[in-house]
Design a binder for this molecule. Sequence first.
Ligand SMILES: [Zn+2]
Length: 108
Amino acid sequence: MWSDEKDTIVKLLEDSHEKYPRICPCCGKKTGHVFFYKHDENKYGSAWAWCSTCQEYSHSRFETPTWWRNNASFPLEILHGCPDTLDESCDEIDNWANILLDEDNKIQ
Ligand SMILES: [Zn+2]
């Protein structure tokens, strides 16, 4: 059962160069994921943080990390508050985030 949790799960959104999946701050399992949607060049976009195991999640307006780029496989039309559909593709989403983090590491 997905549960909208505000205070703890958002720690997954903290900008660090740690790979995904990350340790879930709610249940401690390594099944914490994030997804962002950047609206044009706005600094703020939509952000999801969730855990596949305990199904805590947060969906919020959030400053998109500089390294993030939108993934064409996940257009705005399929995105909604609950990350249930995102979770079905969590491996693909983690890979995408990790590729972008790697690229960003090379630039720095
Ligand atoms: Zn969890």
